[in-house]
Write a protein that binds this ligand. Structure first.
Ligand SMILES: [Zn+2]
Length: 442
C-alpha cells in the first residue's frame, strides 16, 4: 500500500492537465447530484450541437432527416437505431472531422459485442473526458487514491516481468497501478500473483475474478485483503459479489462502458443492483425490438448516444445488452436515469421456459465437483432448449461423472434444457476471439 507518486508542489504550480482533470471530475458530480432539469438541459444542448455538426455531411443529413429539430431528448427516438453494420459503414465511408477545440485524433480497435473488429477514431477531448469520468468514480465509491490498485487485464501489452507498474500522479492519484496481463498465465498463476500483492483495489473482468477466487479456494491460498474490486465488461452475478466479499473482504463496484463511447453507467455506491447513467457522457435508452423507448421498469435493449464522441459518432447505437431503465435511482435518490437488471450481452443470456432472460455462468468449481478430470469445456446453444457441450478431460468420464455433469448443468442453466455431451481431446475455440465458454443463441 506504499504510494510512491512523489509530493505535489504548491497548488498554483499544478500542471494545467491536472487542473483540467479536477474540473472535469467536479463537473461529473455536479451533473449527477443536481436536479434532473440541469442534466437534461445540458444533454439537449450537447446533442443539438453534435447533430448540427454532423449535418455538414450529406450522408449524415439523410440519416438525421427524421430528427424534428426540437422537442429535445424526448424526440430522440425519431432517429433510426444504429446497428453495428451502420456504425461500421459510417466509419469506413465518412472522413473524420471534429471542431478544432477537440484536439488531435487517435484510433483504436474493438471487437465489441459481435466479435467483428471495428477501427474507430476519437478526439483528444473525448479521450480526456473518458479518462476523467472514470476517475470521478473513485470519489463516487470512496476509494483511497493514495493506495495501490492491481489491474488484471487481457488488453494491455504484456510487460517484461510479472506485471507492469504505472507510477501514480502526485496531484490526482498518488497510488500506483500494477498491471498484470493475464493472457500469458494460467488462472492459478494469476491467483498466486494476486495473493502476493498488497494493495487496496483490484480492477478486472468478472470471469477472471471468478477464476482467481476459484483457484484460491481449490489450492488453499491465503487471499489478500482488498477494500474494493472494480469490475467491467461483463455481468456480475450475486454469487460472485458474495464470494468476493467472503474471500477478499472487498465489495464489488461495477462500471458499465463500451469502447466506442466510453463510460455509460456506474454502480450506485449504495446498491449492488443499480447503475447511475453517466449523463455527462452518454444518453441511454432502453427500447423494444422496433427501437421505441419502453416505459420505465420494462426490460429491453440498451441504446447509447455518445455526447463527446464526434470523431466516430454513435447515435442510438445498439450495444446488444439487455437492461431496465428507471427515471432516477430509487436507492440513493440521485436524479439521473438509473439502469437495473443489467444483464449484459444478449449472447451470454439464455431464455428460460418462463420467457425470462438469465445470465448463465458455470464456474470451474462446478465442473470439477462433478468430474475432477475436466480441464476445458465449451457450450454452444444449438436450439432454444438444447446445448452441445464439448468437454476435454484427462481421462474418459465415468458413467457417474457423466450423470453428475448432466445434473450440474440442469441445476445451473435450467432443467428444461438438454445437454449433448461430447468428450474431445481439445476444445475447438473459434480463432481470433476471446474464449467464450458459453455461446447462446442470442
Ligand atoms: Zn443510487
Amino acid at each position: 500500500m506504499t504510494a510512491t507518486g512523489g509530493t505535489p508542489g504548491w497548488p498554483h504550480e499544478a500542471p494545467s492537465d491536472v487542473a483540467q482533470a479536477l474540473v472535469d471530475m467536479r463537473f461529473v458530480h455536479v451533473l449527477e447530484h443536481g436536479p434532473a432539469v440541469q442534466w437534461q438541459a445540458w444533454q439537449e444542448q450537447r446533442l443539438a450541437a453534435l447533430l448540427q455538426w454532423l449535418r455538414q455531411s450529406a450522408r449524415w443529413r439523410d440519416w438525421l432527416a427524421p430528427w424534428p429539430g426540437e422537442g429535445g431528448l424526448g424526440r430522440l427516438h425519431a432517429l433510426p437505431v444504429m446497428r453495428r453494420a451502420d456504425y461500421r459503414s459510417f466509419i469506413e465511408r465518412e472522413p473524420v472531422r471534429v471542431p478544432a477545440g477537440f484536439g488531435g485524433i487517435g484510433h483504436t480497435e474493438t471487437s465489441g459485442s459481435s466479435g467483428q473488429p471495428v477501427r474507430f477514431a476519437y478526439s483528444a477531448l473525448a479521450r480526456r473526458l473518458n479518462v476523467n469520468t472514470f476517475a470521478a468514480d473513485d470519489q463516487r465509491q470512496g476509494r483511497d487514491t493514495r493506495a495501490d490498485t492491481l489491474v488484471v487485464t487481457v488488453q494491455a501489452h504484456p510487460p517484461a516481468g510479472e506485471h507492469g507498474v504505472a507510477e501514480g500522479d502526485p496531484w490526482l492519484h498518488p497510488g500506483r497501478r500494477l498491471i498484470r496481463h493475464s493472457g500469458g498465465y494460467s488462472v492459478e498463476d494469476n491467483a498466486r500473483w494476486l495473493c502476493r500483492q498488497q494493495a487496496a483495489h483490484l480492477a478486472t473482468y468478472p470471469a477472471l475474478l471468478s477464476g482467481m477466487l476459484g483457484a484460491i479456494q481449490r489450492h488453499g491460498l491465503r487471499p489478500p485483503r482488498l477494500r474494493q474490486v472494480i469490475t467491467f465488461a461483463e455481468t456480475v452475478d450475486p454469487s460472485l459479489r458474495e464470494q468476493t466479499q467472503r474471500i477478499l473482504g472487498a465489495r464489488i463496484t461495477d462500471r458499465y462502458s463500451c469502447e466506442e463511447i466510453g463510460p455509460i453507467a456506474f454502480q450506485c455506491p449504495a446498491s449492488d443492483h443499480h447503475h447511475h447513467v453517466a449523463v455527462s457522457n452518454a444518453i441511454v435508452e432502453v427500447v423494444d425490438e422496433s427501437g421505441h423507448p419502453l416505459p420505465h421498469g420494462r426490460q429491453g435493449s440498451v441504446l447509447v448516444t455518445g455526447l463527446h464522441q464526434w470523431a466516430s459518432p454513435a447515435i442510438r447505437y445498439e450495444l446488444g445488452d439487455i437492461a431496465t431503465l428507471l427515471p432516477h435511482c430509487p436507492v440513493c435518490g440521485v436524479q439521473v436515469p438509473t439502469l437495473t437488471r443489467l444483464l449484459g450481452r444478449r449472447r451470454v443470456l439464455v431464455e428460460r421456459a418462463s420467457g425470462e432472460l438469465v445470465y448463465v455462468r458455470v464456474q470451474a468449481a462446478h465442473w470439477l465437483d462433478a468430474a475432477p478430470g475436466v480441464h476445458e469445456w465449451r457450450m454452444v446453444q444449438t436450439a432454444p432448449r438444447a446445448f452441445d457441450v464439448e468437454v476435454a478431460a484427462a481421462q474418459p468420464l465415468t458413467g457417474d461423472e457423466q450423470a453428475a455433469v448432466q445434473a450440474m448443468l440442469a441445476s445451473r442453466i435450467g432443467p428444461e434444457f438438454t445437454f449433448a455431451l461430447r468428450e474431445v481431446a481439445q476444445v475447438r475455440w473459434p480463432p481470433g476471439r476471446k474464449k467464450q465458454e458459453i455461446v447462446t443463441l442470442g
